[in-house]
Design a protein around this ligand. Structure first.
Ligand SMILES: *Cc1c(COP(=O)(O)O)cnc(C)c1O
Length: 408
């Protein structure tokens, strides 16, 4: 995140929190664009009282929008009942959320959920499972160029961008990146030394990019034949974001593929930190034995209560259907706007490809000034990942403003 151009001269108040931030916080995120104090539904407010339509939702996290009553109720009730135990014990929210995940994924008997606290940790657990594949004798893990899997050392090794990895060499060994969308390259790479292939059903951080038709199916067949695992990273694409519970359940995205491991986080907690590594079937569940992995906060009752509220609210408010229909309508509206050459993604995870010469960072800065939060995700591309509860009326205000924002 770099300082956006065209930033207006900060007010005194804005200068104060910026100064305070740089005095007390780590520089890794760069200079923050806003200091936000409150949220409700699809909107957030800054310290000066200015209102923004949040079309990023904490990067696909606030699935129910901000401070949804069902989510607030679940968290507050759980916090005043039982806030934390340890993994020597269990609690109803942990069991209930895992049960609900089994249900929405229609998992076969023997499948299991391991809860952690973030997407990177969910992938880290999957990485360790991959090390145990084939009894531990398979040294290679394959990931795809353009992929983002997280920032801890194992997940970082899977992440494609060299700029994220290189400063931390030596990285975790054994990871090979194959060119995006190239079935032949994948076929050439997968063999009996391959422990696993990691794939995001839709690549988020590179600008919301779906794999070409046939790619996921080929990946499943190749891994199956080689005795390797297929791991789908649904950290960004999961939890109704694309209009099915998990993106790979959409026949067009997932091509009917059943993975060995699914990782989830972001939208799962709706704003509470939680990750999940889901093993499909008994053999995959047994990749890790008792004592081989763990985390203090995993299965935390408050985080799990939040997750359960997210999944139940998606069901109660018909948000799968709403996301599909709203996403299709929004895609159609966006495609008609001059300056947008293509709209990628599905449901409410959309990438806008801009006409050559348009500056995504300048557009996002102008949008912010106009009261819209959007994300300049990659060169020439904007990302939208609004709350799944967002209405067409709310989106219409953005669609009306967008032509002016694109062309300054
Ligand atoms: C965000 C993201 C991660 C990392 O999740 P964190 O919670 O930031 O650790 C991993 N994979 C994908 C696909 C992501 O979008």
């Amino acid at each position: 995140m770099s300082e956006a151009p065209n930033q207006q001269a900060p007010t005194d108040q804005a200068q104060t929190w910026r100064d305070d931030f740089s005095r007390v916080l780590s520089p890794v995120f760069g200079s923050p664009q806003l200091d936000l104090v409150r949220g409700e539904g699809s909107y957030v407010w800054d310290a000066a009282g200015k209102k923004y339509l949040d079309l990023l939702a904490g990067i696909a996290v606030n699935a129910l929008g901000h401070c949804h009553p069902a989510w607030v109720k679940a968290i507050t009730e759980q916090a005043s009942t039982l806030g934390h135990i340890s993994n020597f014990f269990t609690s109803p929210p942990q069991i209930n959320l895992a049960t609900k995940l089994h249900e929405v994924l229609d998992l076969p008997a023997g499948s299991a959920v391991f809860f952690s606290n973030s997407g990177t940790e969910a992938n880290e657990a999957a990485f360790k499972m991959a090390r145990r594949a084939g009894g531990g004798g398979r040294p290679i893990i394959i990931a795809v160029e353009g992929a983002f899997h997280g920032r801890t050392m194992g997940a970082l090794a899977l992440t494609a961008k060299a700029a994220y990895r290189d400063p931390f060499a030596p990285g975790v060994p054994g990871v090979v990146h194959v060119p995006y969308g190239d079935v032949d390259a994948l076929a050439a790479a997968v063999n009996d030394t391959t422990a696993a292939v990691f794939i995001e059903p839709i690549q988020g951080e590179v600008g919301v990019r779906q794999h070409p038709a046939g790619y996921l199916r080929a990946a499943r067949e190749l891994t199956q034949d080689a005795g390797a695992l297929l791991v789908l990273d649904e950290v960004q694409s999961g939890v109704a974001r694309t209009g099915t519970w998990f993106a790979h359940q959409d026949p067009e995205i997932g091509e009917g593929v059943v993975p060995d491991i699914i990782t989830s986080a972001k939208g799962l907690g709706g704003g509470m930190p939680i990750g999940a590594t889901i093993t499909v079937g008994d053999a995959n569940t047994k990749l890790l034995e008792a004592g081989q992995h763990g985390t203090t906060f995993g299965g935390n009752p408050i985080a799990c209560a939040a997750g359960l509220a997210v999944l139940e609210t998606i069901e109660n408010e018909n948000l799968l259907e709403h996301t599909r229909e709203t996403g299709a309508w929004l895609t159609e509206q966006l495609t008609a706007i001059d300056g947008i050459t293509a709209v990628t993604g599905m449901g409410l995870l959309l990438g806008l490809e801009l006409t050559e010469g348009l500056d995504e960072k300048a557009i996002a800065a102008r949008a912010r000034d106009a009261g819209f939060i959007i994300n300049p995700v990659a060169p020439g591309r904007l990302r939208l990942a609004p709350p799944l509860t967002i209405t067409r009326t709310e989106l219409a205000t953005f669609l009306e403003a967008l032509p002016g924002l694109l062309h300054g």
